[in-house]
Design a protein around this ligand. Structure first.
Ligand code: NAD
Length: 421
């Protein structure tokens, strides 16, 4: 992944929803505090020999928010603007996301303040190896299992796995997910987040009585999540009428041939809005407000705000990205009767298949892609039903329902385990 500059307001929005859900659940104060604050956090100073021969020191963090339901799970971010506050908020976010899809992980997150675009491959490798080595006793298949995030990728996970394994004296593939297939990665991981988005959209259509054939979809972002969601939905009969990436947006009521668009962007390396398939060019922000049945933001945060939410024309908002809607926009979206599939549910297909990767590594037995997809479908559909049912019975919107389901699951486990003196 390559997105940077996620503003703090995303975390303020996440916190506002946690507070709202916790209040509605009438969480007792002690439990509320336990779940609000992380279990532990650490700062490491990483001395790195740069290619020039100069010695630099990089600052890294790891925050373990919760291990109540299982080992910590959460990515490692390499970006110039990483802060401990941000890592802390993202770690809590992971706890709720894992709980909403009911996978046996807690939440964690890590980061190193650096700019990967300014580092050589060898420097990136040294940073990764030193970060892993410094925290070798924090990580582990039973302790805390990282994954890629902004600025890190499969190669970084491979270095991470190798370094950890060297310290432990044996190959430990399950210490990290998002690895290359050859090193214990899972089939279907690359498509998992986009596929999960499609699965919950299918459920929403059934619920609302909308036909899938020809259902109009606008997708903002054409990276891992957006391009995969667009392609799989196109194959399933949806009509992808709007697409956008950092270069701009394109709207075509007749629908796009998505495999040809993927070829245009990824093989021919041409700008998305210049596609010869035609359509009306616009900014990548304006695409979100075009006529459609489903709007699927899959790029960056804070796209829907209290200033613009009234312009949404979709019936369904499926949040492929993390934090595309500010908490202030929630009530406007709700008042328009838009059916929201919130980020902690809609994009949880990625962490779910990461969980499958961890299971396969621990079994030493790898599943067919169809098995991965079938199991993902079970998880996504069941989680969708749980959230929607909760929303209906507790008269809250889907987003608050998702947080309430998650917080309630963590609180229930915590009460059963009790507090170790
Ligand atoms: P990516 O880097 O693969 O793709 C990002 C896409 O968004 C690119 O097409 C880029 O051109 C576009 N983009 C960037 N800034 C934009 C802007 N201002 N306007 C329009 N388009 C813009 O990233 P990704 O992995 O697809 O992640 C996208 C979102 O989904 C992020 O919010 C991420 O946190 C979230 N997410 C990703 C995963 C995953 O498995 N990759 C899982 C859960 C959530």
């Amino acid at each position: 992944m390559s997105l940077g500059n996620i503003s703090m307001s995303v975390y303020a929005s996440a916190e506002a929803r946690f507070e709202d859900a916790a209040r509605r659940l009438k969480l007792e104060e002690g439990l509320y505090k336990y779940m609000k604050y992380p279990d532990k956090e650490i700062t490491v100073y990483l001395p790195i020999s740069m290619d020039t021969g100069k010695l630099e020191v990089f600052i890294g963090y790891r925050v373990l928010h919760s291990v109540i339901r299982g080992p910590g799970k959460g990515g490692i971010r390499y970006a110039p603007d990483v802060t401990l506050d941000e890592v802390r908020a993202l770690a809590a976010w992971m706890t709720w996301k894992c709980a909403v899809v009911n996978i046996p992980f807690g939440g964690a997150k890590g980061g190193v303040i650096c700019d990967p675009s300014q580092l050589s491959r060898a420097e990136l490798e040294r940073i990764t190896r030193r970060y892993t080595a410094e925290l070798a006793d924090w990580f582990g298949p039973e302790l805390d299992v990282p994954a890629p995030d902004v600025g890190t990728n499969e190669q970084v996970m491979a270095w991470f796995m190798d370094t950890y394994s060297m310290h432990k004296g044996h190959t430990a593939t399950a210490v990290v997910t998002g690895k290359p297939l050859e090193l214990g990665g899972s089939r279907g991981r690359r498509e998992a987040t986009g596929r999960g988005c499609m699965m919950v959209c299918n459920k929403a259509l059934d619920l609302l009585g909308i036909e899938r054939e020809g259902c109009r979809v606008v997708v903002q972002g054409f990276g891992n999540v957006g391009s995969m969601a667009a392609m799989l939905m196109h194959q399933a009969g949806y009509r992808i009428v709007g697409v956008a990436d950092i270069n701009g947006g394109l709207y075509n009521e007749d629908g796009f041939d998505v495999p040809a668009l993927i070829d245009w962007v990824y093989n021919q390396r041409k700008p998305l809005p210049e596609s010869l398939q035609g359509g009306t060019k616009m900014s990548s922000h304006d695409i979100l407000f075009q006529p459609c049945d489903i709007v699927l933001p899959a790029a960056t945060e804070n796209q829907f705000t209290k200033e613009n939410a009234h312009r949404i024309q979709a019936k369904i908002l499926c949040e492929g990205a993390n934090g595309p809607t500010t908490s202030e926009a929630d009530s406007i979206v709700e008042s328009k009767g838009i059916f929201v599939i919130p980020d902690i549910l809609a994009n949880a297909g990625g962490v779910t298949v990461s969980y499958f990767e961890w299971v396969q590594d621990r079994q030493g037995f790898f599943w067919r892609e169809s098995e991965v997809n079938d199991r993902l479908q079970d998880v996504m559909e069941h989680s969708f039903d749980t959230v929607v049912h909760y929303a209906k019975t507790h008269r809250v919107n889907n987003r608050i329902a998702a947080y309430m389901v998650a917080i309630d699951r963590v609180a229930t486990t915590l009460k059963m385990r009790g507090i170790y003196a």
